[in-house]
Ligand binder design. Structure first.
Ligand code: PLP
Length: 365
């Protein structure tokens, strides 16, 4: 058997090669490379898929977060409640608009922001809650939205890892004011470069986001805001249009493999992930919890099983954040998980032979 990879994008490419290549070549011949017909068709199709009124594409998930914070007028002096158990860019986006991230501990079962710990952190300066649907398991966005309504603050969902995940059949990204997605290649819906998207039912916010992504204006040479160059290109839109047709199947394949892992991994040194009853978890990552991580990862390496550590430290322990913020918290669950999490190979094209080998090796540990 060939070496098992943590993620193998070339398999998805082989699947799409014959439909994708003529379309990419058409774009190259046509000469309209940025924000053309494919981008607008993708925005229309993806808003239908997610049941949202507006989908505004941009250059990355990080830009989508920055644009969301800017569109909601969050800036210097404002506080944004958020999770520290995420990729750095969630925290980075808050700091980039000049606001202060206030970290809330996570629930040790779902690894998501714990709604019961939110209200004690709300102050007069709190402007928004930015939660992350980590690893494809939705956070309790319905509960968090009720808190936002009670305190009249905004809610932004970081859906970079949760395209297609839902709570009671309602898509992540549609619970709060704004949902932000990343189309980084390894995401559940990924392109062949960088890409991102902002979604909202609020037309006014959507128009502001459309301006912000394009140097603050919609009409050529009219700039109403100081914005960004954050436009999606046509080649990425072609890739996304094709993958959007497949994404339900790709997510279901991840769920099938995750169910197999959860049923077959039986080792009392290892905890497999669980999910809440009313959610669709789309397993962007399949993450184990293990006490002596170094011993376990050395064992995996010795047996040819790749792994990822998402995330080795809470974002508030990153040097860049420590330099900016005094009196950082110590959040027990987030810190404990950062020391014990291990993600194993999870992608739709992982073969039966591969995941069975992974299961056997983990069970023999
Ligand atoms: C939770 C989370 N938020 C934001 C981002 C940023 O997305 P991008 O890499 O497209 O800027 C990522 C991507 O890695 C992510 O995982």
């Amino acid at each position: 058997m060939k070496k098992i990879k943590l993620f193998d994008l070339s398999r998805q490419y082989s699947r799409l090669k014959s439909t994708l290549e003529p379309k990419i070549s058409k774009v190259l011949k046509n000469g309209q490379y940025i924000m053309g017909k494919n981008v607008s068709t993708f925005e229309k199709n993806v808003s239908k898929y997610l049941s949202t009124k507006n989908a505004v594409t941009c250059n990355s998930g990080t830009d989508a977060l920055i644009i969301a914070l800017r569109a909601l007028d969050i800036n210097k002096g404002d506080e944004v409640l958020t999770t520290p158990f995420t990729y750095f860019s969630t925290t980075e986006a808050i700091l980039l608009v000049g606001a202060k991230p206030i970290f809330v501990d996570i629930d040790p079962i779902t690894f998501n922001i714990d709604p019961s710990k939110i209200e004690q952190k709300i102050t007069k300066k709190t402007k928004a809650i930015l939660g992350v649907h980590i690893f494809g398991h939705p956070y309790q966005a319905d509960k968090v939205n009720n808190i936002c309504k009670k305190y009249k603050i905004k809610m932004i969902e970081d859906c970079a890892q949760s395209f297609g995940a839902s709570i009671d059949n309602k898509q992540t990204g549609t619970f709060g004011d704004v949902g932000c997605f990343s189309f980084f290649p390894t995401k559940n819906l990924g392109c062949a470069g960088d890409g991102g998207m902002f979604i909202t039912d609020n037309n006014q916010l959507a128009n502001k986001a459309r301006m912000l992504r394009n140097h603050g204006g919609i009409q050529r040479n009219e700039h109403n805001l100081i914005g960004y160059n954050s436009r999606l290109d046509e080649i990425q839109a072609v890739v996304l249009l094709e993958k959007l047709k497949l994404v339900t199947k790709l997510n279901n394949d991840r769920i099938r493999i995750a169910n197999k892992y959860s049923k077959s991994i039986n080792n009392d040194k290892i905890i497999t992930p669980s999910s809440l009853d009313n959610v669709k978890h789309i397993y962007h990552q399949y993450t184990l919890v293990v006490d002596n991580r170094t011993k376990f990862t050395n064992y995996l390496t010795k047996n040819g099983i790749p792994y990822g550590i998402y995330y080795p430290k809470p974002t508030y322990m990153q040097a860049a954040v420590k330099k900016k913020i005094k009196n950082l918290p110590k959040l027990k669950n987030a810190e404990r998980l950062c020391k014990s999490c291990v993600s194993i190979p999870m992608f739709p094209e992982l073969t039966k032979k591969e995941y069975e080998t992974i299961i056997d090796i983990i069970n023999d540990y």
